[in-house]
Write a new protein. Structure first.
Length: 136
């Protein structure tokens, strides 16, 4: 094989890879919209930072706040909003209190509890659009 044919084969191979990448990105974008859920938690001593991204549903922030209180967490700061694509985003700082037995809630306990109440996916037929008269 000469250099020109090797170069030609390489260029063709790179084109095929780019097409595959584009195809996967499109698929991931569509899958991500249907199955969007992310919970990140970090705890240092008694201070917790929580970040939640999931499909918006009515009353979700209230449910999250109630759950955190039940887990012995005092929420000190909350920032939340709903993006134009219908994704609920919340960032919270909280203090973790010891329960009656001197134990504090762990990251795993908080994450498992939050995953029980936040939506797992957007139904295929349901699209959320933010209307100009929506209020929060």
């Amino acid at each position: 094989m000469d250099k020109a044919s090797i170069l030609g084969d390489t260029i063709e191979y790179i084109k095929q890879l780019r097409e595959q990448i584009e195809s996967l990105e499109v698929r991931d974008r569509h899958a991500g919209k249907r199955r969007m859920r992310e919970v990140e938690i970090s705890i240092i001593e008694s201070d917790a930072l929580l970040e939640v991204e999931c499909v918006h549903r009515e009353g979700l922030l209230l449910d999250v706040m109630t759950l955190l209180r039940e887990l012995g967490m005092e929420v000190m700061m909350v920032q939340s909003w709903v993006r134009d694509d219908g994704v609920f985003v919340a960032e919270m700082r909280a203090k973790i209190k010891e329960n009656g037995k001197g134990k504090k809630t762990s990251i795993v306990e908080v994450k498992n509890a939050l995953n029980q109440i936040i939506p797992r996916h957007i139904p295929h037929h349901e699209a959320y659009t933010l209307a100009s008269n929506d209020h929060f």
